[in-house]
Design a protein around this ligand. Structure first.
Ligand SMILES: C[S@@+](CC[C@H](N)C(=O)[O-])C[C@H]1O[C@@H](n2cnc3c(N)ncnc32)[C@H](O)[C@@H]1O
Length: 282
């Protein structure tokens, strides 16, 4: 798949995703939160599109040593949930980068709603060609996104480039625990736009190549299997809103792809990894 086709399929996938701005705002209304009074404490339960919610983000940030004085880049920031939470929790500046325009616009609107735009900003762009000068950030984070992106060497190289010397790269991602059979890889690509699922070992090798050696590597596979089973149930609970917004066929297609994805965790074919790496001194 070439870069343009990859970008198109990811954008289409996230333009019709069961977790979206309208669904988040409906959840807040259902909780009785008036629009003008929405805070990050209200949003955080609904706007994190990774596994383990804000607890997983806090763990990642603690391991990365992210602090108030830091400027953090969230690569593949989605609707901006992690960026907003980090800024709210730690008081640091956060910039989010995402490829999907609908996600980028939602991130901006939700950030204004939570009155966090003095700390959090977003850029529309591709992680394979980040629109930032070298050494711009103290820390780079990413959660459950890089499986979408082809050319991991270029991706890791870009993340390392925009980090200052001795800056920290901390990310979690979906990984393969062995070679994926052709049919499995194709189904993940077609159904979930997981263009290229890497192994944890290959990530560690690429980080070394890009002068950003891994300092901590944690296997999250077991915890993620349980989380993904719960997420499947959560997506099923959104059947009515997903079908109303995107059509019943889209709901069925997503359900089929997601249940296959979860089954690969149950069978030990896929796993999860958390990696913290530090860019070498200049
Ligand atoms: C599962 S969501 C994760 C969002 C966010 N990390 C979170 O935890 O809420 C994956 C995001 O990756 C973005 N994405 C995929 N490929 C990308 C690329 N090449 N460059 C930038 N963003 C990309 C998608 O648009 C989507 O918003």
């Amino acid at each position: 798949m070439n870069a343009a086709a990859h970008a198109d399929s990811v954008t289409r996938f996230y333009d019709s995703h069961p977790i979206n701005e309208e669904q988040i705002l409906a959840a807040l209304r259902a909780k009785g939160v008036p629009r003008e009074a929405v805070t990050e404490d209200d949003l955080k339960a609904f706007d994190q599109d990774h596994y383990g919610g804000v607890e997983a983000l806090e763990e990642l940030a603690r391991r990365a040593g992210i602090a108030r004085a830091h400027h953090v880049l969230d690569v593949c920031s989605g609707m901006g949930g992690p960026a907003r939470y980090l800024a709210h929790w730690l008081g640091c500046r956060v910039t989010g980068l995402d490829l999907t325009e609908s996600r980028y616009r939602s991130a901006q609107r939700l950030t204004r709603l939570a009155r966090l735009e003095h700390l959090v900003d977003f850029r529309l762009g591709n992680a394979l060609a980040m629109p930032f000068p070298a050494g711009s950030f103290d820390a780079v984070v990413a959660q459950e996104s890089w499986a979408h992106i082809p050319d991991k060497s270029r991706l890791v190289g870009e993340a390392a480039r925009v980090l200052r010397p001795e800056g920290v790269l901390a990310f979690t991602d979906i990984v393969r625990r062995d070679d994926l059979p052709e049919g499995t890889a194709r189904r993940l690509k077609d159904g979930m736009t997981f263009t290229e699922i890497e192994s944890a070992q290959e990530y560690v090798r690429l980080l070394e190549v890009h002068a950003c050696p891994a300092v901590q590597v944690d296997d999250l596979s077991e915890a993620w299997t349980a989380i993904l089973q719960q997420r499947l149930a959560m997506y099923r609970s959104l059947k009515a809103s997903t079908s109303a917004k995107f059509g019943a066929a889209r709901y069925e297609q997503y359900d089929d792809a997601y249940s296959f994805f979860v089954s690969l965790y149950e069978r030990g074919v896929l796993g999860g990894v958390r990696i913290v790496a530090r860019r070498r001194a200049a």
